[in-house]
Design a protein around this ligand. Structure first.
Ligand SMILES: Cc1ncc(COP(=O)(O)O)c(C=O)c1O
Length: 388
């Protein structure tokens, strides 16, 4: 998961680095490993054990390689001398800006340190209410795995033949005592759900039980506006829509995310006393990013172009992918153990995800890099995969 990429890498040996890259590690194991890494500080003596970072194309983390809006950078610079102040006015300003934009009440907005705390708190919340989480196999682990770690029951429905969410199967399991996690577009497949089907599902299910919709990548998708589910929050349904500034806004390292959700559920999240504080520079950068519509549109074009190049790469090598990906990544059947594929790609200076999703041990998630990184990835994957 991308939070796993925030670790201080300078302390890692090459073997640790491979583990850190997700090669052969289970997600939860990797998260625990990384969270311990992130507590560490850099030391010079291990530097020579490190791969040459400049030479590595990082295409495993679902970051935006084109970076943040220059206006966000300017906003942070302008705020630097104010960091002795607490964040309250900046939180209020960003909350009001989002409320206006989304046409919801400010008390229906929760701003957090990246969107991961929203996913984690939803898991805790569901667990505290004794709710079973209904979701799909082959999805982002932020809700289901955290919930399981706290002892909650999670029901994973199989994906359809095209690797998309099977809403009919999930919907048939909805009953009192359950709640639903949907990721649209899904990570790792990049699949979106047909807007009409999604709308009918959320309408029906949220009139019975809580629904969490993870829209981390939605604004990268072609027809994203049709898929936004905010109207159910406006209607007062028990719906959580999670968003992040880590993806299209290129601010993964600055850690800002938000949820549109019922005010009373936000109050219940706070009762866990675990809500991590947001940072002032991230808040002003997020605010400036929302205003920079030109950068937003530019990122949509650039990321889509990168995604198309990755699709063309898979076609050229003759490897199947989850069709019509709509996020910033493709999910490709490598035809070999994905952990081994990832290790061999790393030897060629390209970091891609290994066997992170045990449901598909031969599939690898590869995210958009800069044009020269995609070329390097293409050449490396071709060399490895056409020789198997
Ligand atoms: C689907 C999905 N949701 C949420 C997150 C959490 O991201 P962040 O905490 O950076 O907002 C990620 C990270 O990769 C993701 O892929």
């Amino acid at each position: 998961m991308s939070s796993s990429d925030t670790a201080s890498v300078s302390t890692l040996s090459r073997r640790d680095w491979l583990k850190f890259a997700g090669i052969g590690a289970t997600t939860l194991g990797a998260s625990a490993f990384v969270s311990s890494c992130s507590q560490q500080t850099a030391t010079a003596d291990t530097a020579d054990a490190m791969p040459d970072m400049d030479a590595i194309a990082i295409m495993s983390s679902n970051e935006n390689p084109f970076g943040p809006s220059p206006k966000a950078v300017e906003a942070m610079k302008g705020e630097l001398s104010n960091i002795y102040r607490y964040t309250y006015p900046s939180i209020v300003a960003l909350t009001e800006q989002i409320a206006k934009r989304e046409n919801v009440s400010p008390d229906q907005i929760l701003i957090t340190n990246g969107s991961q705390p929203i996913l984690g708190h939803f898991s805790l919340w569901a667990n505290s209410k004794g709710l079973k989480i209904l979701t799909s196999e082959l999805t982002y682990e932020g809700v289901p795995r955290v919930a399981e770690a706290f002892g909650a029951e999670v029901d994973y429905s199989p994906v359809k033949a095209d690797l998309g969410f099977d809403l009919e199967t999930i919907g048939a399991k909805v009953k009192p005592g359950t709640c639903v996690y949907i990721c649209n577009p899904n990570n790792p497949t990049g699949k979106t759900i047909d807007p009409a089907q999604l709308d009918a599902f959320v309408d029906s299910v949220s009139s019975q039980v809580p629904v969490f919709i993870d829209e981390a990548y939605l604004d990268i998708a072609d027809d994203y506006e049709k898929q936004v589910m905010t109207k159910y929050v406006r209607m007062g349904r028990p719906v959580v829509v999670a968003r992040t500034f880590s993806k299209i806004y290129g601010m993964a390292g600055q850690r800002i995310g938000y949820a549109l959700m019922p005010a009373d559920m936000i109050a219940e999240f706070y009762e866990f006393q675990l809500m991590s504080n947001v940072n002032k520079l991230g808040l002003v950068a997020a605010s400036a990013s929302l205003d920079d519509t030109a950068h937003f549109e530019d990122m949509r074009v650039k990321i889509k172009l990168g995604r198309e190049k990755l699709i063309a790469m898979a076609r050229d090598i003759g490897r199947p992918i989850a069709e019509d990906p709509q996020g910033s990544f493709i999910y490709m059947d490598t035809g070999m153990n994905a952990g081994e594929f990832s290790a061999r790609m790393m030897e060629k200076g390209v970091r891609v995800v290994g066997s992170r999703w045990s449901e598909r041990p031969e599939w690898s998630r590869i995210c958009v890099g800069l044009p020269h990184e995609i070329e390097k990835c293409h050449a490396a994957a071709k060399e490895i995969l056409t020789s198997i």
